[in-house]
Structure formats: C-alpha cells, structure tokens
Design a binder for this molecule. Structure first.
Ligand code: ADP
Ligand code: ADP
Length: 239
C-alpha cells in the first residue's frame, strides 16, 4: 500500500482560480519525490492540500490507507504531525530562540496525542538537542531565529518538522530563497534524512537540475495537471 495516495484531486479558490485539476498520484514509503513546474502550476496547493492547510474542492487524499480529505479536530492534528511541512519563508517565530522553535514542533505532536500543551519534558529537550546537532545547529540553540542566516533558518524548519516524528515531509520550495551554497546544504540534509531516518519526502522545486540531481522520481505539474511522472533520468533526456 502506498503511504500517500491522491485521487482525482481538484482545488478551485473562491470559485474562480482552478489551482489543481483532477490530479492523481501516489508516493511509496521511503521515496524522495520532487514536484516541479512553473510558478502558479499548483505545486504549493498540492502540498498544502495534503497537510490540510487548504481544503480540497473534489477528490480524495489517502494517507497510510486513511481518508484524510475531511478529517477534523484531534484526528486532523494527528495527520498534521505525521506530515511535517517546510516552507520557502521558513515560517519560524522570529523572536523566539532556535530551541523554542524546535520544541514548538513537539507541541503539535503532544496536542495530537493527549490534547495537553504548554510544557516540555527534559527528555523532549534532549531529543530536540539531538536533532539540532544532526543539523549542525548546536551552537545556535539559544540564538533568536532573526539572528540566523537563511540556510540556518531552514535547518531550524527541518528540525521543527522532525520533532513531530513525521512519516512524510512536505517541502514547499525549501531552497527558493537561498544562495546555491546553502541550497546544497539543505538538499543534502533532506536526502540524508530520507535515507537514514526512512522519512518519505515530497519536495516542490522550480529548478529542474536540482530535482534531477536529488530525486529518483519527478512529478511535473503545469496548469494544475500532472504532465510527467517518472524517473528523473528520463526527464533530463527529454530536455
Ligand atoms: P505554485 O506553488 O506552483 O506556484 P500555487 O499552488 O501557489 O502554485 O498556485 C496555483 C494557482 O492558485 C495560482 O494561480 C495562484 O495564484 C492561485 N492561488 C494560490 N493560493 C491561492 C489563494 N489562497 N487564493 C486564491 N488563489 C490562490
Ligand atoms: P510561501 O512562499 O511562503 O509558501 P506564498 O507567498 O506562495 O507563500 O503565498 C502566501 C499566501 O498567499 C498563501 O497562503 C497562499 O495560499 C496565498 N496566495 C497565493 N497566491 C494567491 C492568490 N493569487 N490570491 C490569493 N492568495 C494567494
């Protein structure tokens, strides 16, 4: 069974803009899949629909066999913890420290489990430090996020997502605001997390070369429909 199965998904904003039109795709556990396409193609809407930041107009999303298209409340929070989101503009709380931002990822996880929020155990703090060290951020732990570089901010975003113990990470243009050096660091970390922690990754990118270099499989989206779904190698041959 696929970890993620999107069936005939459509999304129209305000009854006017059709962002996705009858999209179907599936992602197996452990895959690293890039989604490419021009600006406005619907990539962000696809990822946001899976994380349920936007509600689908039509179609079905199955995650680990469960229909999550319209789940609510505690069940929705549980789904969100299992699908960690990483954003182009990081979406960190800038005035808080790195470690506080990372522990925030845990709050979502805990509220899904028990409904209780607002405190962290020593064990969770230790876990956050282990994740920070994996991402080379130990020395930044008590810095405010607004003192960090873009690349460091994105590593905090990854750490926060990992703190939720996700099975799937949804990365919406994670390197679009970064210079080439920082972009490589972030893509290398995502690949390593995928390989060593067996976390499935679905990554929106607009640079085809990056997608070809890092993923085995690429999904191409244009005008809200899938125009390519196959091996990265075959796509690069076509161009
Ligand atoms: P991409 O991520 O590929 O750039 P998006 O999913 O962001 O594409 O956008 C797809 C289309 O939906 C675009 O025409 C965009 O302007 C529109 N769109 C995205 N979000 C909204 C929104 N919240 N309200 C209205 N239109 C939106
Ligand atoms: P990010 O790059 O941080 O992922 P975006 O800049 O793409 O975010 O979009 C920011 C917000 O604006 C999102 O909530 C998105 O849905 C919304 N948005 C994007 N395009 C449109 C649009 N054409 N009309 C209305 N809202 C939009």
């Amino acid at each position: 069974m696929a970890l993620l199965e999107v069936k005939n998904l459509s999304k129209t904003y305000d009854n006017v803009t059709t962002a996705l039109q009858d999209i179907s795709l599936s992602v197996e556990e452990g895959e690293f899949v890039s989604v490419i396409g021009p600006s406005g193609a619907g990539k962000s809407t696809l990822l946001r629909s899976i994380n349920r930041l936007v509600d689908a107009s039509q179609g079905t999303i199955l995650f680990d066999g469960q229909d999550i298209t319209r789940v609510k409340g505690k069940e929705l929070r549980r789904v969100r913890t299992k699908t960690g989101m990483i954003f182009q503009h990081y979406n960190l709380v800038n005035r808080l420290s790195v470690i506080e931002n990372v522990l925030h990822g845990r709050l979502g996880y805990k509220s899904a489990l028990s409904g209780s929020v607002g405190y962290y155990t020593e064990g969770e703090k230790e876990q956050a430090f282990v994740i920070l060290s994996k991402l080379g951020l130990t020395e930044q732990a008590y810095k405010r996020c607004d003192e960090l570089s873009g690349g460091q901010k994105q590593r905090v975003g990854i750490a926060r997502a990992l703190m939720q113990e996700p099975r799937l990470i949804l990365c919406d243009e994670p390197i679009a605001s970064l210079d080439p050096g920082s972009s490589k660091v972030i893509m290398d970390y995502l690949r390593e997390i995928n390989k060593t922690m067996k976390i499935t990754c679905l990554v929106n990118l607009h640079q085809v070369e990056v997608a070809v270099r890092y993923s085995e499989r690429i999904i191409g989206i244009t005008g809200g429909t899938v125009v390519y779904d196959g091996p990265a190698g075959e796509l690069s041959e076509r161009m």
